[in-house]
Design a protein around this ligand. Structure first.
Ligand SMILES: C[S@@+](CC[C@H](N)C(=O)[O-])C[C@H]1O[C@@H](n2cnc3c(N)ncnc32)[C@H](O)[C@@H]1O
Length: 272
């Protein structure tokens, strides 16, 4: 077992529990004992960068949510792993089913990428829209991309990625939607224009006025407990138009919500 007391900055059990409590109350993220290493390494980095000497002083700072360190604390505890066209069957579904249905109804899709991380998910949605509605106007569709972490949102807004991030993408997609600059790639302005990146804590109020046709919330609820998940599914159901779609991650499920959603397979749910 790792001894966190003999490290550069000793972390007591009480220190870890205090950090986990603040994280849970503010973000819903559950930091169980198996996350101790992760917490240690991420918070040590913050302690070092603030030139503090111990966990107690750091915890004192983050007791106050108005302290300017609080945003960095929240950013440091999120896990932001993502990629372009991750779980690609979801994007195939948009093209084969969701977009044609909306087109038939004469409706422009309104899509929310909740927990969008660095933007690869909303940009993949935007590319899929552009493939379905050629002509550059995305059929009037709009994408809202939100996350709690302000750093990842800035990356999303910039739309600049390491070239390696698109290595496995289809050649045609690379050519149409990316501009190459040394080792980096930038998404085209046209893609950017159709995505609104906003900071939003899923646990807080949702100021959006319109209902969505499709909500992506993939690989986000996995960090929450059942109670938080249940609350979120209720709220997503209210934010979806009738027969709208909720799309979640491969290791997630919405057990217990069969009265509100019908599963149509492969982690795609249709609001009844
Ligand atoms: C693993 S990423 C998933 C990214 C993308 N949806 C995907 O599947 O590739 C999880 C994201 O959820 C965000 N997140 C965690 N808790 C959140 C909360 N309470 N409100 C909003 N976003 C949150 C994190 O900041 C992180 O960027």
């Amino acid at each position: 077992m790792t001894n966190f007391l003999s490290r550069e900055f000793p972390m007591t059990e009480k220190n870890f529990q205090s950090i986990a409590k603040i994280a849970y109350e503010v973000t819903g993220i559950v930091l169980g004992n198996h996350k101790k290493d992760l917490v240690y390494s991420r918070i040590s980095r913050r302690i070092r960068s603030l030139e503090l000497t111990n966990f107690n002083d750091y915890i004192n700072l983050i007791q106050d949510q108005n302290n300017q360190e609080f945003t960095s604390f929240v950013n440091s505890i999120t896990t932001n792993l993502t990629s372009f066209f991750r779980e690609s069957h979801h994007f195939d579904f948009l093209k084969s089913t969701a977009f044609p249905e909306l087109k038939k109804k004469g409706k422009s899709p309104l899509i929310w990428s909740a927990g969008c991380s660095t933007g690869e998910e909303p940009y993949s949605i935007a590319m899929t829209l552009d493939q379905f509605y050629p002509g550059g106007d995305f059929g009037g569709a709009k994408i809202l991309a939100t996350d709690l972490d302000s750093n990842v949102l800035n990356t999303g807004r910039r739309g600049v990625y390491e070239g390696s991030k698109i290595e496995t993408l289809d050649k045609k997609l690379k050519r149409i939607y990316f501009r190459f600059n040394n080792d980096d790639v930038a998404v085209t302005e046209n893609l950017k224009e159709n995505i609104q990146f906003n900071r939003l804590n899923l646990l807080g109020p949702w100021p959006m006025k319109k209902k969505f046709d499709i909500i992506f919330c993939r690989n986000v609820i996995i960090y929450f407990n059942k109670e938080t998940q249940k609350e979120l599914f209720n709220r997503y159901s209210k934010m979806l138009n009738q027969h709208g779609y909720l799309i979640i991650g491969h290791s997630e499920n919405i057990h217990g919500f069969q009265d509100q959603f019908e599963s149509i397979g492969r982690t795609i749910y249709r609001k009844k």
